[in-house]
Design a protein around this ligand. Structure first.
Ligand code: CP
Length: 302
């Protein structure tokens, strides 16, 4: 059984096949009739143990555009609240003849654990602070679309790298596709050994922006902060926030990305998030086509 648990184990050919397939599906979903019958014999369960807007809706739309049967499960309001385990929950869902599971969970490794114990394709829709593979695929697909290619591009990932699954998956995908990667944030939000992944490390946002072609600006994840937050939101906005004044002072054009949800006025101001240099909503649009490609390729219906 094939799974998508992370980007780490994908090679360049894998990612390029996903991009080619996503390009075809993007053309399909821009037609008046957006559906294809590819997954009409496949049933997919979207099981979300953690909140989501984009990923959950994007997977559900991708599945419906492929004509799959879809069931949705949210831990809140379920028997998880009565103490049912992850494995029992998923085995009960699979007993209803489900073929593929899309899962978001707050524990790193939860989808890897499931993949060893159940007989279904599993797609990781974000596991704690570990990986968010489809986010990195849609991000790099969006860079390719905007800039022509990912190879050789200088990409800085800004913000809360320590708590970010988006950062880790993006680092793997960008490096596999030949981009140069930098991370930038306050030292308290950078993992100690991040340099060992082969990324540049910068704690000065101006220097990072002067270096890059593309800035992927992450949300400050207050819900993952164990300790009292440092720096404070006000300090973060002052020293690391990306605003129009800062970008205008650089005398160059930078493509702006953000995985969402945005804390407007903290990591990014509205005049940057909503500017012509921002591809934030194109990322969301591309998410559906990229997830269609992943579902289609994993289901093996080609
Ligand atoms: N980017 C992202 O994963 O957003 P959601 O948490 O809303 O799914």
């Amino acid at each position: 059984t094939k799974h998508l648990l992370g980007i780490k184990n994908l090679d360049r050919e894998d990612i390029e096949l996903i991009f080619q397939t996503a390009t075809n599906f993007k053309e399909v979903i821009n037609r008046p009739i957006k559906k294809v019958p590819s997954l009409r014999d496949v049933t997919v369960a979207n099981i979300f143990f953690e909140n989501s807007t984009r990923t959950k809706l994007s997977f559900e739309l991708a599945e419906k555009r492929l004509s799959a049967d879809v069931v949705n499960f949210s831990a809140s309001g379920s028997s998880v609240k009565k103490g049912e385990t992850l494995l029992d929950t998923v085995n009960n869902i699979l007993a209803m003849k489900v073929d593929m599971v899309v899962m978001r969970h707050s524990s790193p490794g939860a989808p890897h654990f499931l993949s060893k114990h159940i007989d279904a394709n599993i797609i990781n829709a974000g596991d704690g602070t570990h990986e968010h593979p489809t986010q990195a695929l849609l991000d790099t697909f969006s860079i390719q679309e905007r800039c022509g290619q990912v190879e050789g591009k200088k990409v800085v990932i800004v913000g809360d790298i320590l708590h970010s699954r988006v950062a880790l998956s993006n680092i793997f995908a960008l490096q596999t596709l030949g981009a140069e990667v930098m991370v930038c944030g306050p030292a308290t939000l950078l993992p100690k050994h991040i340099g060992e992944l082969g990324v540049k490390v910068e704690t000065n946002i101006r220097k990072a922006l002067e270096w890059c072609d593309i800035a992927n600006i992450l949300r400050i994840q207050l819900e993952r902060q164990q300790m009292r937050y440092f720096p404070s939101l006000r300090e973060y906005a002052q020293y690391f926030g990306v605003n129009k004044q800062l970008l205008d002072s650089l005398n160059k054009e930078i493509t702006i990305m953000h995985p969402g949800p945005i804390n407007r006025g903290v990591e990014i101001t509205s005049d940057v998030a909503d500017s012509e240099h921002s591809i934030i909503l194109q990322q969301v649009e591309n998410g559906v086509a990229v997830r269609m490609a992943v579902l289609y390729l994993l289901a093996g219906v080609a």
